[in-house]
Design a binder for this molecule. Structure first.
Ligand SMILES: Nc1nc2c(c(=O)[nH]1)N[C@H]1C(S)=C(S)[C@@H](COP(=O)(O)O)O[C@H]1N2
Ligand SMILES: [Mo]
Length: 162
């Protein structure tokens, strides 16, 4: 009898723990887009899924060997256009960069000219899925064509347009 009562009482407790766990996991997968004269935007798998989905494969060399993957996400260019951060004024856009920062302090700067379709046209992807599953350590940049992995920055925390 005592054991039964204990088990019934602990069930809601377990549910609360499960919800807290899920909540913290989702929070860890979000990043912040900051741009001058724009309110900060929270990016995560569900908000990015509102934008056109792009899939790409990438192969690069790392210290562990050759890495490859199939990624799903949003083109950096599409995101910046959707947020109104880049506009039709090409010459104004070309003076800007996007500094991407990860949770461990790794940072990568991309230039807007590099990703603009009518200039460098590099299909840099902000990815939320890898090989058909959510990326466990958060959003990741995918840079098809890069020979090495360093710009495939993982666990993205902020993207600063400046
Ligand atoms: N946040 C973060 N992302 C990172 C790095 C890092 O140190 N921190 N290293 C980069 C480098 S140098 C490489 S080669 C790849 C390695 O990716 P892998 O662990 O999938 O092989 O991650 C890249 N992304
Ligand atoms: Mo690397």
């Amino acid at each position: 009898m005592h054991i039964k009562t204990h088990r019934i009482a602990s069930l809601p407790g377990l549910l609360v723990l499960a919800m807290l766990w899920t909540g913290s996991a989702v929070a860890g997968e979000s990043a912040r887009l900051n741009a001058p004269d724009h309110p900060p935007v929270t990016l995560d798998a569900s908000s990015l899924a509102q934008l056109p989905v792009t899939e790409t494969t990438t192969v690069y060399r790392s210290s562990k060997g050759i890495e490859s993957g199939l990624y799903k996400g949003v083109l950096l260019w599409d995101l910046l256009v959707a947020q109104g951060v880049v506009t039709e004024d090409h010459k104004a856009a070309l003076r800007h960069t996007l500094l991407v920062t990860a949770g461990d302090g790794h940072q990568v700067a991309f230039s807007i000219g590099e990703i603009a379709p009518e200039f460098g046209n590099r299909p840099v992807l902000l990815a939320y899925e890898m090989n058909g599953a959510p990326i466990p350590d958060g959003l990741r940049m995918v840079v098809p064509g890069d020979l090495r992995g360093a710009r495939h920055i993982k666990d993205i925390v902020t993207l600063d347009y400046r």
